[in-house]
Write a protein that binds this ligand. Sequence first.
Ligand code: SF4
Length: 389
Amino acid sequence: MRTRIQHLEIILKLSERCNINCTYCYVFNKGSSISDEAPPALTEAGITDFRRFIDRAHDEYDIGTLQIDFHGGEPLMMKKQRFAHLCDELLQTRRPGSTLSLALQTNGILVDDAWIDLFRRYDVFVSVSIDGTKAVNDRYRLDKRGRGTYDRTVAGLRRLQAAHRDGRLPYAPGVLSVINPEACGAETYRHFVDDLGVRGFDFLLPDDSYDDAPVDDDGIGRFLTGALDEWIRDGDPSIRVRIFHTHLARLLGAADAGVLGHTPAVSGTYAFTVGADGIARVDDTLRSTADPIFDPIGHVADSSLGEILSSPAFRQYEAIGGQLPEACESCIWNRVCSGGRIVNRFSRQQRFDRKTVYCGATRRFLSRASSHLLNMGLPEERLMSTLES
Ligand code: SF4
């Protein structure tokens, strides 16, 4: 009998190049040259290798949901015809009882009607990277000539939204936003909801480690609590902010609410990255650490899913995620936070054995979230039993 995997998420890099140059980018601007040395985009042979890998994975495991996240670089730098071929191949791997879900993360600049037709044809959920208002976004999200990208990105977002309104896209586009600690969380939240009309988004903590000094823990805490207050004030269940949903769900005791690499590992859920060169590695954000954990695990042409999941790097990654740093042992939030995102725990000297550089922000955010839950009528004993369980 095949072993059950509830949810398998593979971050597949369609392009190892980008049409812009965000200053904080962990792929290109944090000292890693892996992408520069890889082929610019997934090749036709690479598509065949990947498709065969997925077929073998289905033979080996009973996979509930297989989610493929198309990333880059900028994934829309892949030729459209090749993207269509990739999706056709992936659709052919579907098995009864298993759901295939396709998602794509883009800076939005290259979105046009032909891309929208492809997203529709292959049922691809698209999310756009924007860091906030024009002033905030254009501080770090710059093109190769140093110009801000906000206007071009928002034009792409608007095209996707219009396509959804006209029935040409099954999903409204989402937004992913890296938190700028100098920005105002409330203003950023209002900008996404009121000005851009986005109903589903997520705030990402910057990929900083202890080796990236100085880190503005206080600013991140201020941002998160400000945005959270606005979201609670709206009280609109149609507005979904993933970081708020997952953390509130965990405070309410839902053990299966989580985002890999962001909250404590959820059993039966696995994720890893496959580059355009076909090489599998653990969590892509760890490339900036230059730690051996990010060494290649294997190539999809000649590795099985079982070999990847049982590899020393993957096992180590899981162990780190499930292991509480010593400094967190007496913390009241440790069942929810678990020491924080793995990349934020890294230092060259102690590797991943430290609490997150955003510990203060996490405490502040979870305190505020708990206070909102108590104000909404959650019995204190229930909250305490989650925190102490
Ligand atoms: S809030 Fe800080 S001390 Fe508490 S578990 Fe998270 S990282 Fe550790």
